[in-house]
Each structure stands twice: as C-alpha cells, then as structure tokens.
Write a protein that binds this ligand. Structure first.
Ligand SMILES: Cc1ncc(COP(=O)(O)O)c(C=O)c1O
Length: 278
C-alpha cells in the first residue's frame, strides 16, 4: 500500500495494490477528461449518503452517455472499500479507450483515501468564472465530470494571490459556488445559498446543511444572489464532503468572524452524520 489509499484499489470490482492499479493511456478519461466521479466521506467505515452519491454518479454517467455497472454492484464496491474506516471514498468512471465507441469499455475505479488535513477556516478570493455554465443548460448540466481543469486553475490562482481558495461569480455578478465546494452565508440569522438553477453542483453537503437548518429552525433562502449580498453577510461558510461545514474568514477584502450560526450548522451537520453513520 502507499499513503494515498487505505486498503486496495478496486478496478471493475477486482482488487489491486495501489502501485498496480492502472488505466490505459488511451482512455478518454485521461486524454479528454471524459468521465465522471464522486467523492464521499466515510465515518467509522460507513459511507455518508452513499445512495445520494450513487444517484448523482448515475446522473453524471447518463449525461455523458457512459454505461455503468448495475447499481447493486456499485453499492457493494462502495460498502466494501468504504468499510476501511474514516476516509474519502473516491469512485471514478472513465469513458474508456475506444474513441469510436465513447462510453463503452469504461473503467470504474474505487478506493479509500485518508482524510486530508482540513483547516479550521478558509479565506476566499472572489473571482469571475466565465467558464461556468451559470444557469445555462447543456448536455452536462448536473454532471460531476472529470473535467476539473478550470476549477483547479481557479483554486491555484486564488492561492497565488494569498487566499486559500476561490468563490466563483457568474455573469450578472451572481454568486455560484467554490471550485470544489458550495457556498452559504448568514444575514440577520437567515441562511442564504445559491439555487441549483445557477448550474452549481447539487452538493450533498449543501442539501444536508439545508436539512440541518430546518431541524434547527434556521430560516433558509435559496435563490440567485448578487455578490454584494455575500459581501454584506454577517457570516460566510463553505460546504463539501471533505470540508463539511467550515467558516470563511475573508471574501476578497472583506473579513468575517466565524459566527454562531455557522457553528450551529456545523455541529448540526455532524450530529446528522452521527445519526446516519452511528
Ligand atoms: C463544483 C463543486 N461544488 C460543490 C461541491 C460539494 O459537493 P458535495 O457536498 O457533494 O461534496 C463539489 C464537490 O466536490 C464541487 O466539485
């Protein structure tokens, strides 16, 4: 094994040691970023919301016209690999090596990665994302594809300017999401988060946080919001499988203290995890 995985790697259900787990250089997942993936958190060997992640993977593969193994098989692989403890369960589906028959001979790769160090808060650079679908529909609307180049470049660009990551803004100055996380903020005790109609990823953590807010009696408004609404907020936070619910202490030049509502949502989210993954 190496320090990138906990346990073996499954490729189409067969176990490989990480160093032996390989994909063809002709696979269009590698050559063109044609494929899809999921990242799920495991807590004590339980995959949090495995069913929701597999729903999203099926939607992604459907959008890309990539065939998937039967759902029960994917589920069994997720449970088998995810049983390895606390980690990030990665499930990748490539488009296969045959450019004449895209989406056939695809490869499903599943492995568990150690949970990375997550900081206690993040500082975000507010940037334009002209590449984001931003409300426009396409073949790939709702898909979590392997084409993450623009997202990674946005993160690296923000880091080069002294931030931890980026907050993406679309045309008409509408707040979207981060390159690998969703955004939420609190103004006068109300939780605001961009709607899925802005073509943001249907984040499973965002959905769980909205449910948490309802349980805690925190009013939620979901919609299209201009960046001034974010900048005027009392508290800002990010949501993702890896980051869970994490306070934001700066968006561009504007500073925020990690606030009480974010803290309640974070605790509430972790309580929900404990109920579903006891
Ligand atoms: C673009 C984008 N938005 C939001 C998220 C958060 O989604 P989830 O909560 O399902 O991890 C991700 C996760 O990788 C993402 O890539």
């Amino acid at each position: 094994m190496n320090d990138r995985t906990i346990g073996p790697v499954l490729i189409n259900g067969d176990e490989f040691a990480p160093a032996e787990a390989t994909v063809s250089i002709f696979d269009i997942g590698f050559q063109r970023g044609y494929g899809c993936f999921e990242a799920m958190r495991t807590y004590n060997g339980c995959v949090f919301r495995l069913g929701h992640h597999l729903d999203r993977l099926e939607q992604s593969a459907g959008n890309l016209r990539i065939g998937l193994p039967p759902r029960e098989e994917l589920e069994a692989w997720g449970v088998r690999v995810g049983g390895g403890g606390d980690g990030v369960l990665r499930m990748y589906v490539t488009g296969g090596p045959d450019p004449q028959h895209l989406g056939t001979d695809n490869v499903v790769i599943v492995y568990l990665e150690p949970v990375p160090d997550v900081p206690s808060s993040v500082r975000l650079d507010l940037i334009d994302a002209p590449w984001h679908a931003d409300g426009r529909m396409s073949e790939l609307t709702g898909a979590k594809t392997l084409s993450y180049g623009p997202n990674l470049a946005a993160t690296l660009g923000a880091k080069s300017r002294g931030y931890d990551d980026a907050a993406l803004v679309g045309q008409d100055d509408v707040v979207l999401e981060g390159p690998t996380f969703s955004l939420g903020w609190v103004t006068d005790g109300v939780l605001y988060t961009p709607s899925l109609e802005t073509s943001i990823l249907a984040s499973i953590t965002r959905q769980a946080t909205i449910e948490t807010a309802a349980l805690l009696g925190i009013a939620t408004e979901i919609g299209r919001f201009r960046s001034e609404r974010l900048l005027e907020a009392d508290e800002v936070f990010v949501m993702s499988t890896v980051k869970e619910v994490l306070p934001v202490t700066a968006v561009g030049e504007v500073a925020y203290a990690p606030g009480p509502v974010t803290q309640r949502l974070r605790k509430g989210f972790l309580a929900l995890v404990e109920v579903e993954c006891p």
